[in-house]
Design a protein around this ligand. Structure first.
Ligand code: ZN
Length: 87
């Protein structure tokens, strides 16, 4: 297993981008553990089969999907999860 790979719970994997470049230590660990410091759930998209989460420590947006999770830029988050930005 390459250093950049990491398992999420339930057989999910992180995205193929460099894991250690994403977010901060706290939200990466939170995404992996699903417990402490898991980025705050902003919205769940049935269409995307994914959650949008935000880390309040580093302000990263996370697309947290069924099979993997990765950081997205805010403009991507707005496209993927417009319901989170209504109003
Ligand atoms: Zn973070």
């Amino acid at each position: 297993m390459a250093e950049s790979d990491a398992y999420l719970g339930g057989g999910r994997m992180v995205g193929d981008r460099d894991w250690f470049m994403q977010g901060c230590d706290r939200c990466r660990q939170g995404i992996l553990s699903g417990k402490a410091d898991n980025p705050e759930l902003i919205v769940t998209s049935v269409r995307m089969h994914a959650h949008l989460r935000r880390c309040w420590f580093c302000a990263a947006w996370w697309e947290d999907g069924e099979r993997e999770a990765h950081v997205v830029e805010e403009r991507e988050a707005r496209v993927l999860f417009p319901e989170a930005f209504d109003g």
